[in-house]
Design a protein around this ligand. Structure first.
Ligand SMILES: [Fe+2]
Length: 197
């Protein structure tokens, strides 16, 4: 995504975050509409960078967008955004898979705690209600994701948190994969839009 395009989207998101959104948040029905711009642009945007899958991916995750019942601890965070093509067109029915560590930094390698997948909606929007993952040795704080447009190639990547002290010491960290954290309605949102080739 070009810097100009990214700034345009982030500017819209930042302005929208001041809206009163508590009602929508309480329902847990995805990201508030006000945080979800409809993109339009004519330039060619760079596809989201791929990253290693890591050792903790397991296949056959459940269809699940709400992970908040998966554990008793952890700071809640809703993450979401858009799935776009390189011309900034939203991609509906893209598969988005999320897996991450629990609040203590452990992965559930036998079950499906903090593992699930969903499809982007007709406007290309994706979201998960989950927690901030805990740290584990050797890595900064991160989510793992796979994103695939219908009949398209699978993108495997990770998303990161701004301001994490470990970011600079993490060899995999890439600042093109930073979530943008936005407060709204007493909740916190981590926003990211994927661009698929
Ligand atoms: Fe990991």
């Amino acid at each position: 995504m070009s810097p100009n395009r990214r700034q345009a989207i982030l500017g819209i998101l930042a302005g929208a975050a001041a809206s009163p959104l508590a009602g929508q948040v309480a329902k847990g029905q995805g990201l508030p509409d006000a945080l979800m711009p409809t993109p339009s642009c004519g330039d060619n945007d760079e596809p989201t960078v791929a990253q290693t899958e890591g050792p903790y991916f397991t296949p056959n995750s459940p269809l699940k967008q709400d992970f908040t019942g998966d554990g008793a601890t952890g700071k809640r965070l809703m993450i979401g955004g858009l799935v776009l093509d390189t011309a900034c067109n939203p991609i509906p029915a893209a598969m988005i898979e999320l897996w991450h560590a629990d609040a203590a930094g452990s992965y559930d390698n036998k079950g499906s705690r903090y593992r699930g997948h969903s499809l982007s909606d007709e406007q290309g929007r994706w979201w998960f209600a989950t927690i901030v993952p805990g740290l584990y040795p050797g890595r900064t704080r991160h989510y793992h994701l796979k994103v695939q447009r219908p009949r398209g190639e699978m993108l495997t990547t990770q998303l990161y948190f701004p301001g994490e002290p470990q970011n600079e010491r993490d060899r995999i960290f890439d600042d093109r994969l930073l979530l943008r954290l936005e407060p709204a309605g007493g909740e916190r949102y981590g926003l990211y839009s994927f661009v698929l080739a």
